[in-house]
Design a protein around this ligand. Structure first.
Ligand code: MG
Length: 164
């Protein structure tokens, strides 16, 4: 089924938002490098590449259904945070926004009776559970760690071992 203009627009917006997410995480990577938390920086770089993959999933869906992919201007991300915890909290809050946005696309697809978009959206519902969990866990650990520099560097090392 050819994609409707309305759903195409919503998915295009989300494609751009995923690229924006990647941009935010790259900005966080730069921030973490600037304060010598290279493990967190590494984690964020991998996360950024994952966001690019998310964008491409939306891309393929539009393209497979004879739609038109439209790339828009990507807003400049925040460049500095007050602390590593503030950055991870920001990442968690951002992922909650992503989840809400994808739910909204789901509601639109339902309203339009567009069943072809359901498998794609289902994949994202699951993915978002993981995205929220990962960022929330690190924020929780950082709250637990508090001022303990040793524990902070241990956590940083662990995040530096992320492979994909
Ligand atoms: Mg994403």
């Amino acid at each position: 089924m050819e994609i409707s203009k309305e759903l195409q627009e919503a998915i295009n917006d989300q494609l751009n938002f995923e690229l924006y997410s990647g941009y935010i995480y790259l900005s966080m990577a730069a921030y973490f490098e600037s304060i010598n938390l290279n493990g967190m920086a590494h984690w964020m770089k991998i996360q950024a590449s994952e966001e690019y993959e998310h964008a491409m999933r939306f891309w393929e869906h539009i393209s497979d259904r004879a739609g038109l992919v439209i790339l828009k201007t990507i807003e400049g991300p925040t460049r500095e945070w007050d602390s590593p915890l503030a950055a991870w909290e920001n990442a968690y809050e951002h992922e909650k926004i992503v989840t809400e946005r994808i739910f909204k696309i789901g509601k639109l697809a339902e309203k339009l009776g567009d069943k072809s978009a359901i498998p794609l959206l289902n994949w994202f519902y699951e993915e978002q559970v993981e995205e929220e969990e990962q960022t929330q866990k690190v924020a929780d650990l950082l709250r637990m760690i508090g001022d303990n520099q040793g524990a902070l560097f241990m956590l940083d090392g662990r995040l530096g071992s992320r492979e994909k």
